[in-house]
Design a protein around this ligand. Structure first.
Ligand code: SAH
Length: 343
């Protein structure tokens, strides 16, 4: 008989299992706390459960289906985790601490590979394999906490895959992070390359986490060249959908913009972008292009980065430049490609 997979289950599921196995609801709550509040990855750590209960759990359940295969630590202390899924596929997640803050941010994956085909992104080169299950999404955070003994305080859905194409599992996993891992809605960010119908769905749901949009271009001509999604969901319609999203939810969106040397980083591009998002309630997050062996693009010059930032700020936007994290271990944005998957 298939073992009952625990991570991803809520309290009612665990109670039901325990009652079916002649255990009390109280035992279920103890097990639930060990899993979600203490990240116990081994039944023998669950010291207030009797030996017989632990034996029952070992026989009939398993905590995880995902295995942590490798952990790399960068010079800046960013960590990259390689996970093996049950079907032999791999995904990656990244853990970052930002200076002067107690926040610990985990960047997690929602798909094996990615179907979007952005020309500058290493994950895109893998192609799309499949969606992750809710449990597989949750297990990334569980295993990071179990391995490091640290509590993740912020989650960004910015790892491998397009979260809005795995919509139901995305929404279910956010619910579990909020209710079971006690991570607040405002500490969760979902990044999308711009799937308009799903953005509208989030607006209808009155989504309360942060939506980040990988815009990366000031108009449809440039965007089409680097992001095929623009052919289906054009730039102007995307901006319109985002405006209506901000109106419905009352929330500001984050405009992400990867500056790629000679492609989208000119003064003219900055002015066009400022104009295009002038009426969109948004902050801007500039990302300096991270090089990787799977594409030939170049980083922008320091001068262009500063000019770009200045022009957007002069237009009234709050602009941050995303720090490059973990580049020496290929953990920076767009560098996740699970080398194992290409074997
Ligand atoms: N599919 C979602 C989630 C991925 S988030 C999305 O597109 O938003 C990963 C972010 O890193 C995206 O903004 C992506 O465009 C960006 N990115 C991809 N390749 C990059 C690279 N080489 N350098 C910097 N950022 C990159």
């Amino acid at each position: 008989m298939e073992k009952f997979l625990l991570i991803g289950k809520n309290l009612e599921d665990i109670e039901k299992f325990m009652i079916e196995n002649n255990q009390s609801k109280f035992r279920a709550k103890q097990l639930y706390n060990w899993l979600y509040l203490k990240s116990a990855d081994n039944f023998d750590k669950m010291s207030d459960l009797s030996v017989s209960v632990r034996e029952l759990l070992k026989e009939k359940t398993r905590i995880c289906s995902v295995v942590l295969k490798e952990k790399q630590v960068s010079k800046d202390s960013t960590m990259k985790f390689l996970f093996e899924l049950e079907d032999g596929n791999y995904v990656e997640a990244v853990l970052m601490r930002f200076d002067n803050r107690a926040n610990l941010t985990a960047c997690i994956s929602t798909q094996v590979g990615c179907p979007m085909g952005c020309s500058f992104c290493a994950t895109a080169k893998l192609g799309f394999k499949r969606n992750l299950t809710v449990s597989e999404i949750i297990q990334q955070i569980f295993l990071i906490q179990a391995n490091t003994g640290l509590k993740v305080t912020n989650i960004v859905y910015m790892g491998q895959g397009e979260p809005l194409l795995n919509f139901d599992n995305l929404i279910s996993s956010i619910k579990i992070f909020r209710e079971q891992f006690q991570i607040g809605a405002r500490r969760i960010t979902v990044s999308t390359c711009g799937i308009i119908p799903q953005i509208n769905k989030l607006a209808e749901m009155n989504f309360q986490s942060t939506l980040a949009i990988s815009l990366h271009a000031p108009d449809n001509d440039i965007r089409k060249k680097i992001m095929p999604v623009s052919k289906k969901y054009p730039f102007d319609e995307l901006i319109k959908a985002l405006k209506s999203y901000t109106q419905k939810t009352g929330r500001r969106v984050t405009v992400e913009y990867v500056l790629i040397g000679g492609i989208n980083d000119s003064l003219e591009d900055a002015k066009k972008l400022a104009f295009a998002i002038a009426k969109l309630k948004s902050n801007v997050n500039l990302i300096v292009y991270n090089t990787h062996e799977k594409s030939d693009y170049k980083k922008p010059s320091k001068e262009n980065i500063m000019k770009f930032k200045y022009i957007l700020e002069a237009s009234g936007k709050k602009v941050t430049i995303r720090l490059e994290r973990g580049a020496d271990i290929d953990a920076a944005c767009g560098q996740l490609s699970s080398k194992m998957n290409t074997k």
